[in-house]
Write a protein that binds this ligand. Structure first.
Ligand SMILES: [Mg+2]
Length: 103
């Protein structure tokens, strides 16, 4: 099974809440959608970025989404006592049960 391990920091200059991180996640997913769609001309508008610039922008926005998701995980742990490691085990089991993973 191939896997990507990603380590992202807990931001220490912000006071994120469940609501603020949820809104930020939507904002960042919107920016990702913009990079995938608009910057590649899918909206019919004129394109100002070349393909390499667009793909780099997509990667940057994808990491913004990941960082915000990780920040929300820290909020779930710190504010609500959720054990994300336990949640991760359930998540992996779910993927296996649904047939998305082969052992
Ligand atoms: Mg962004």
């Amino acid at each position: 099974m191939q896997s990507k391990t990603l380590s992202l920091p807990k931001l220490n200059r912000l006071n994120p809440s469940l609501e603020s991180t949820a809104l930020k996640l939507m904002e960042e997913t919107g920016e990702l959608a913009q990079a995938i769609g608009k910057f590649r001309g899918l909206s019919g508008e004129k394109i100002f970025m070349d393909e390499k610039e667009t793909l780099d922008e997509i990667a940057r926005e994808l990491l913004d989404v990941a960082q915000t998701a990780v920040t929300m995980m820290f909020v779930m742990e710190d504010t609500y006592g959720i054990n994300i490691d336990d949640s991760l085990k359930s998540h992996l089991l779910k993927l296996e049960t649904k047939g998305y993973l082969r052992r």
